[in-house]
Design a protein around this ligand. Sequence first.
Ligand code: NAP
Length: 254
Amino acid sequence: MRFYGSTMPTVFITGCSSGYGLETARHFLARDWQVVATMRTPRPDVLPVSNQLRILPLDVTRPTSIEAALAAAGPIDVLVNNAGIGVVGAFEATPMATTRDVFETNTFGVIAMTQAVVPQFRKRGAGVIVNVTSTTTLAAMPLAAVYTASKTAISGFTGSLALELAYFGVRVKLVEPGYGPSTSFGSNGAARMQGLIPAAYAPYAEPIFAAFAQPSAITTVQDVAEAVWGAATDGSDRLHYPAGADAIALAGGA
Ligand SMILES: NC(=O)c1ccc[n+]([C@@H]2O[C@H](COP(=O)([O-])OP(=O)(O)OC[C@H]3O[C@@H](n4cnc5c(N)ncnc54)[C@H](OP(=O)(O)O)[C@@H]3O)[C@@H](O)[C@H]2O)c1
């Protein structure tokens, strides 16, 4: 796999304050990469002290923040679009403002980050973009219509973009994690999900939430970090990387 003229390639990761992004940053650092770990509110204490690590502020919904973070990062070899927010609830009860917020981060944030790095990758004839979506793009899950829409848009976007950028030697990949209860995903979305199960939906939602609470298989942060690592470094044209036992089962044992 060819990276930008350096023995230590550079990965730029969004959403590193917790969960899958944080573990992915640790994973690349442990393998001697230069890591640009970005966070809305930088917290150096969550990562090991290393002269290979830079922590930069980035909110993927703000164009000026994207421009400033990429300017400060300098040339990069791999972009990992990991930042994302969740919403679970009855679609009927989900305010359009919430839907727009979810799309601003999960969909337009990823598209904007990608558009900002494509020129440097295309000119160099190298580079990898890894978009973290979800198993909701692999099989329909109830009470997740808006979240699924935001991630499925990126699934289609990535597949199409992978074709046109392959012409320039640039790879674009999908990492599809399953349910990861160890991350801050649920607590970060709790306020957004308040009141999204109206009384009429309660009898329907109750057994579904009970099943969510007792999953037969889950995804760990290490599963996702390893899948991102594979997507970034395997040099293949593979598009889909399900991450986690539940995701691999849903994808048909891929
Ligand atoms: N956990 C799961 O069950 C699960 C399953 C499938 C897919 N995923 C996907 O995996 C990715 C990582 O989620 P996670 O489970 O690790 O959740 P997490 O612990 O909540 O991490 C999400 C990260 O995204 C960041 N973020 C949110 N909005 C942002 C914005 N506008 N700009 C920049 N960063 C932003 C958060 O930063 P702050 O600290 O600033 O909020 C946080 O660092 C997401 O794309 C999520 O959709 C998660």
